[in-house]
Write a new protein. Structure first.
Length: 136
């Protein structure tokens, strides 16, 4: 396992299923930190789908200002209502399941978002599941 750039993301290979892996990671973190730590996990196929589904690929003029925020669960309509109730232009966002894609052409988002330059470039580090991983 290794962290990927200063993104806060960790990439590694495993034979564990997602639920078992999440439980193992959270258990190890709780023992180390002496408190529960929630984690979010995306498998190789999910990461590839996130990259492939980028709704702003043709709009964003700079990937340095394109982000994806990973959520632990899909937000409800009532949770999204405050976002949809405002005009964010020229910034754009789109919710897709457990991810929020956002483009910030004039400013940087909060540190909890993962920069687009990180998202597609981590794919060689995580797999494919049965393939050879490239060095990162």
């Amino acid at each position: 396992m290794a962290t990927y750039l200063p993104s806060g993301n960790a990439v590694f290979g495993t034979d564990l299923a997602a639920a078992a892996l999440t439980k193992a990671i959270e258990g190890a973190l709780e023992r180390y930190m002496d408190r529960p730590i929630a984690t979010m996990l995306r498998m190789h196929g999910q990461m590839k789908a996130i990259v492939d589904a980028n709704p702003f690929a043709k709009v964003a003029t700079s990937f340095a200002h394109l982000y994806v925020t990973f959520l632990s669960s899909s937000p409800t309509q009532s949770e999204l209502a405050p976002l949809h109730g405002q005009d964010w232009k020229p910034e754009l966002f789109q919710v897709a399941g457990k991810e929020i894609y956002s483009w910030h052409p004039k400013r940087w988002p909060t540190p909890s978002a993962t920069g687009w330059s990180t998202t597609p470039t981590c794919l060689p580090c995580v797999g494919p599941p049965s393939g050879k991983r490239k060095g990162c």
